[in-house]
Ligand binder design. Structure first.
Ligand code: ADP
Ligand code: MG
Length: 581
């Protein structure tokens, strides 16, 4: 009925006062809630939405492919704790964005995918509309929540629901379906304004129970070989000061997961990053702060974790269902990390026993041994470069520019950079996350530059870069301070594989030899540089970061240097049955 009334009004078009429409209401609803940036790709039926948003002063970043726009939105969510918005066209554009939405949900990044959709009446009868697809049904299993808005007067509440769903509790991806007809629906402007909703306290604090806090502290106090693991939930929470206080007050060694690096500097005396295997294997009580016991932590069991059942776990997480997901958790502390960590610090009281020195000394010795081993590999000025010598140069770049943002993906390029490049500040390292997805690089780099204004260094395997490389045009178009370094070893894992069938086709994992990725960015007016030594690489990156000009550096890496699947080769099953051809 309401819908009919609105249409009635629009067709009779009485000059009875100011009117608004679906387009404007969506924009006003986002802006009212402090969302001022949209990442997307224009097209039917949302072209005008982007235009009007730009006209209203929003930042609208147009990409070349929705997946990259989606990754950008998701990492904007991680960096700002506000849902990043990705805007796409119907069916195929929606599906392209959906990968990023699912990835956001998996990584607990708040994001809203807004897609235009075709006529409901035709879609539901499957009569073959333009880009026909029941997008809401497709999105549902892949995100935290999915909503469709059919009436202009519901846009305010629909956007409010999407925002709250994305950021409250465990953050995640939300899908918002906007049929073409909704966007052009007209209604009275004053009624429209009144229908908008400013979300109050979108991510309410969740205070842990005092008994849970006490249980956790009792375990921690009694530990002989305690360890704290920081995950990207801890980075997301922006509770940096409280986390530092907890760690320094307890004196317990900490291990940062990849995107948690820098909450405390990797060079902090309590950082056990360089003794990872030792602390995982030998610790007795482990406190997880915003880190899941998923595959990245070997599910909390197996060889990595030493003797079976040798661990007692404490877990701080906002999601109660995460507790006991892989192994039993002796002391769950459910709540938001800021509140939980502060409650722990408060309940610790004035004095806290330092962890036994045989434990901290053993870690220190192991760290020193591993750091010395690594140093010699980093110093080698090998030509062609291997991963270590190239990463040694980039390690110095971040040391000298700790506020720059490092984006990182690839196989060897990822695994080795994670260990080699120390981070000094929170939320400066953005990478493939929970899925290990390839192709996040350019989307993450663009959003990082847009959201923070800081220079971005994107360290990309040549394969990973291929998934998103066209976005260097976007980087140039918006003149963003992004320096992309492609570690070019001629292929996936390495460039030396040959066709096992002996035919003229290249091996499945090999790329064009000696490709010049630097020339891609030159097509769009950016700076391309070709380097073969660590010194050249360091100089080129410094120049790029100082000038803030869009730059792509083709860094030649020894094609024989990589290993299969980097550090996770064991996940890549190998055939035991190979027939001679
Ligand atoms: P990592 O991969 O770095 O180990 P994960 O993504 O596995 O990190 O884990 C992040 C965890 O943090 C998730 O279980 C998520 O529920 C939790 N989390 C995210 N944000 C918060 C928050 N603000 N407070 C508490 N827990 C959070
Ligand atoms: Mg490669």
């Amino acid at each position: 009925m309401a819908d009919a009334a609105v249409r009635e009004k629009s067709t009779t078009a009485e000059p009875e006062g100011e009117l608004t429409d679906g387009f404007h209401l969506v924009i006003d609803a986002l802006r009212l809630n402090g969302i001022n940036t949209i990442y997307g790709v224009p097209g039917i039926p949302i072209t005008d939405l982007g235009r009007l948003a730009q006209a209203r002063g929003m930042r609208v970043i147009s990409f070349r492919h929705e997946q990259n726009a989606g990754y950008a939105a998701s990492i904007a969510g991680f960096l700002t704790r506000q849902p990043g918005v990705c805007l796409t066209v119907s069916a195929p554009g929606f599906l392209n964005g959906l990968t990023a939405l699912a990835n956001a949900t998996t990584n607990c990044f708040p994001m809203i995918l807004i897609s235009g959709s075709s006529e409901r009446e035709i879609v539901d009868l499957q009569q073959g509309d333009y880009e026909e697809m029941d997008q809401l049904a497709v999105a549902k299993p892949l995100c935290k929540a999915a909503f469709r808005i059919l009436n202009a007067q519901d846009i305010g509440i629909g956007v409010a629901r999407a925002i709250r769903a994305a950021v409250s509790g465990r953050p995640g991806g939300v899908y918002l379906d906007l049929p073409a007809k909704l966007l052009s629906q007209v209604m009275d402007a004053e009624a429209g304004r009144k229908s908008l909703v400013k979300v109050v306290d979108p991510a309410p604090a969740q205070i842990p129970a005092p008994s849970a806090v006490k249980r956790a502290l009792d375990l921690l106090r009694g530990a002989k070989r305690p360890l704290i693991i920081l995950g990207k939930g801890a980075a997301y929470a922006q509770a940096d000061a409280a986390i530092r206080t907890l760690i320094e007050k307890t004196g317990i060694p900490f291990l940062p997961m990849s995107m948690a690096k820098g909450i405390l500097p990797d060079t902090h005396p309590q950082c056990a990053g360089a003794a990872r295997s030792t602390v995982l294997k030998d610790s007795d009580v482990v406190m997880l702060i915003g880190a899941r016991l998923n595959w990245l932590l070997s599910h909390g069991k197996g060889k990595t974790w030493g003797e079976p059942h040798s661990k007692t776990f404490i877990q701080i997480d906002i999601e109660p269902k995460e507790i006991d997901s892989n192994v039993g958790i002796a002391a769950p502390v459910v709540g938001d990390i800021g509140s939980c960590v502060s409650a722990l610090v408060d309940a610790m009281g004035g004095s806290w026993p330092a962890p036994p020195s045989d434990w901290t000394d053993a870690i220190k010795a192991k760290k020193e041994e591993n750091i010395a081993k690594m140093a010699s590999r980093l110093m080698r000025n090998a030509v062609p470069m291997d991963f270590h010598s190239a990463l040694g140069a980039l390690r110095s770049v971040i040391k000298e520019r700790p506020d720059a943002i490092l984006v990182n993906e690839g196989a060897n390029t990822l695994d080795l950079a994670r260990g080699v490049i120390d981070m000094y500040q929170p939320r400066k390292r953005l990478d493939v996350g929970t899925w290990g997805v390839m192709g996040i690089g350019m989307g993450f780099a663009i959003a990082a530059a847009i959201e923070t204004g800081k220079p971005v260094l994107a360290v990309e395997g040549d394969s990973a870069f291929g998934f998103c490389g066209m976005e260097v045009e976007t980087i140039c178009r918006y003149n963003l301070p992004v320096c992309v370094v492609v570690f070019n070893n001629n292929g996936i894992y390495r460039g030396t594989d040959v066709n096992p069938g002996g035919g003229s086709d290249p091996a499945t994992t090999a790329f064009v030899k000696d490709a010049r990725y630097d020339r891609i960015i030159e097509a769009f007016g950016g700076v391309g540089v070709h380097v073969t030594t660590p010194d050249e690489l360091k100089r080129a990156v410094d120049t790029a970061m100082n000038s803030r000009r869009p730059t792509l550096i083709n860094a030649v890496i020894d094609p024989a240097a990589g290993t299969e699947s980097g550090r996770i080769g064991k996940l890549n099953p190998q055939s035991m049955v190979r027939k001679k051809t």
